[in-house]
Design a binder for this molecule. Structure first.
Ligand code: FES
Ligand SMILES: [Fe+2]
Length: 356
């Protein structure tokens, strides 16, 4: 298998950063869970009698996976020998039979959790606090926005058949929109807009230049709770693997492009969160609008996936591409962050062909 730099830095990026997974509302009730794949492991966020925990989905006895669904409501109960966990306690049937081993030390393998507004992040050994990682402006924006969002109305998950930086960089540049999204996103006629950089993170603000669509979108404002939002399309990149985007603030869509251990696979998840309706009588209008937004988003991601899977993983490096458009500024910024990170972490090797 050909060596790619992306696989060299991925484990360190996973370990050193906070990664957003879901909203608190998705795990609001006792025993609610959501499950994610990252590299060769899993992360489950679970509501343990009102307390949120994150762990690796493996039974500490002999490794059986507790949860196989993407999300749901279920006890942490191993179907093999019945080990179970609740209210902060691991319970072991016939614990007295475990002699000659320190059974009192058995526990789940936990990850760290942090919150910004209602957004839930997990970490392994994050090198910064969440606010330092996001920067105070993005932190404040997410904090203010996420508290008005409803439960996810769409949970779209599949493996992109492309390496994670290929999948992610596609989401970082609008240069591909006219061709790849000709009949979907391109119909909004998104303007060149403005990129604003916050450390390794960035925001793209783009006006909707199709006036008819813009007028229609603006007219929807009255159906939603009053909110401050950019009048147009905005997309926040949370280095290293996640995007949060919104049109007029009516809904927020979050994508995770988590690395896998294969050079041609990205663990992709997209979730759609509607802004709350202004009143109960507008709930149906909001639901109809969200159903069509979810359908459009799915079409757009399918188009992205189709083009990404034509790009071999070994085309990627943290160096700037030889030819680049001003529309690829966020991509260059992402690569510079990866290069700097790799250098700090001593991940640069002398030959691109070294096997990992
Ligand atoms: S593997 Fe889970 S109880 Fe034995
Ligand atoms: Fe795209």
């Amino acid at each position: 298998m050909t060596y790619t730099k992306s696989r060299h830095i991925a484990p360190q990026l996973v370990k050193a950063y906070w990664h957003p997974l879901c909203l608190k509302s998705q795990v609001a009730d006792d025993k609610d869970f959501v499950r994610f794949n990252v590299l060769d492991f899993e992360v489950v966020v679970f509501n343990d009698a009102g307390n949120l925990i994150a762990f690796d989905n493996r039974c500490p006895h002999r490794g059986t996976r507790f949860f196989t669904e993407d999300s749901g409501r279920q006890r942490i109960l191993c179907p093999y020998h019945g080990w179970n966990y609740s209210a902060g306690q691991l319970r072991i049937p016939d614990a007295k039979s475990f002699v000659g081993c320190d059974i009192g030390k058995a526990n789940l393998n936990f990850f760290k959790l942090a919150f910004c507004g209602d957004l839930v992040f997990f970490g392994i050994e994050p090198r910064a606090t969440l606010i330092d990682q996001l920067g105070k402006d993005i932190y404040a924006l997410i904090e203010q926005t996420t508290t008005h969002l409803q439960r996810a109305v769409d949970f779209n998950r599949y493996a992109f058949e492309s390496d994670w930086p290929i999948s992610l960089e596609n989401a970082l540049e609008p240069y591909h929109i006219p061709l790849v999204h000709r009949d979907t996103l391109a119909t909004l006629k998104l303007g060149k807009g403005e990129n604003v950089f916050f450390g390794e993170n960035s925001i793209w603000y783009s006006p909707v230049e199709n006036e008819k669509v813009a007028r229609r979108l603006e007219s929807l404002s009255k159906f939603f709770v009053p909110h401050e939002a950019f009048s147009g399309y905005m997309s926040i990149f949370l280095y290293p693997f996640s995007m949060l985007s919104s049109t007029y603030g009516y809904s927020w869509s979050m994508q995770n492009f988590f690395p896998s251990t294969h050079a041609d696979r990205t663990w992709f998840t997209s979730q759609l969160y509607p802004l709350s309706a202004a009143s109960d009588r507008y709930q149906e209008i909001v639901s109809t609008f969200m159903a069509s937004t979810a359908q459009n988003n799915r079409a757009v991601f399918d188009e992205d996936h189709s083009i990404c899977k034509r790009i071999p993983g070994d085309t990627w490096s943290w160096d700037a591409p030889r030819f680049h458009s001003s529309l690829e500024a966020k991509l260059l910024h992402f690569r510079a962050s990866c290069a700097e990170w790799a250098q700090q972490a001593g991940a640069i090797t002398t030959s691109d062909e070294d096997p990992v």
